[in-house]
Design a protein around this ligand. Structure first.
Ligand SMILES: CC(C)(COP(=O)(O)OP(=O)(O)OC[C@H]1O[C@@H](n2cnc3c(N)ncnc32)[C@H](O)[C@@H]1OP(=O)(O)O)[C@@H](O)C(=O)NCCC(=O)NCCS
Length: 147
């Protein structure tokens, strides 16, 4: 049985999360970048632990009622088990309790899995940002969720 727990990110998670970043992204966040989020009052970062192993995480900044998701990643071995869904739910509920009005994020136009995930969680496509990403260069689709 897989037991998934969602926790606030702390210093014990940073090393494993930087490995997940390298696995998932062409321009991964470093340990330093992740560690800085521990000292940022706007940060709302949550980690999924599966049977004690760090499996994935979600990161966001919450500023004056607007929540901006900066990172969502689940390690390959743990995908399609509902972990990303659980992470998004936890973040949104936590921020709704703090008075959040809406959530925004960008996603690569070609990232079908992520777009489907966000649509399932109630996010809608509201625009695009031309050439937003590098390595490879690609447009971003802008999506929002309103409470
Ligand atoms: C996108 C990602 C975070 C999904 O994580 P996950 O834990 O596997 O997702 P979940 O199991 O919670 O899936 C929830 C829903 O998302 C959609 N989804 C997830 N992966 C999918 C895939 N490979 N193909 C199609 N739909 C997918 C499905 O609708 C799924 O619901 P279902 O299983 O009932 O069909 C993961 O694939 C990942 O880390 N990818 C690399 C990094 C990335 O692209 N991050 C997003 C950047 S914006």
């Amino acid at each position: 049985m897989m037991n998934t727990e969602i926790k606030r990110m702390d210093s014990s998670h940073i090393k494993a999360l930087s490995e997940i970043e390298k696995e998932c992204f062409s321009t991964p966040w470093s340990e330093n970048a992740l560690g800085d989020e521990l000292n940022n009052g706007f940060s709302r970062f949550f980690v999924a632990e599966c049977n004690g192993a760090v499996a994935g995480y979600i990161g966001a900044h919450s500023i004056l009622g607007e929540v901006y998701i900066t990172n969502v990643a689940v390690s390959e071995a743990f995908r399609r088990k509902g972990i990303a869904e659980k992470l998004i739910k936890t973040l949104v509920e936590f921020c709704e309790n703090e008075g959040m009005e809406f959530v925004t994020l960008e996603v690569r136009r070609s990232n079908k899995a992520a777009k489907k995930l966000y649509a399932k969680m109630g996010f809608r496509e509201v625009g695009e940002r031309k050439d937003f990403y590098e390595n490879p260069r690609e447009d971003a689709i802008l999506m929002t969720y309103k409470r």
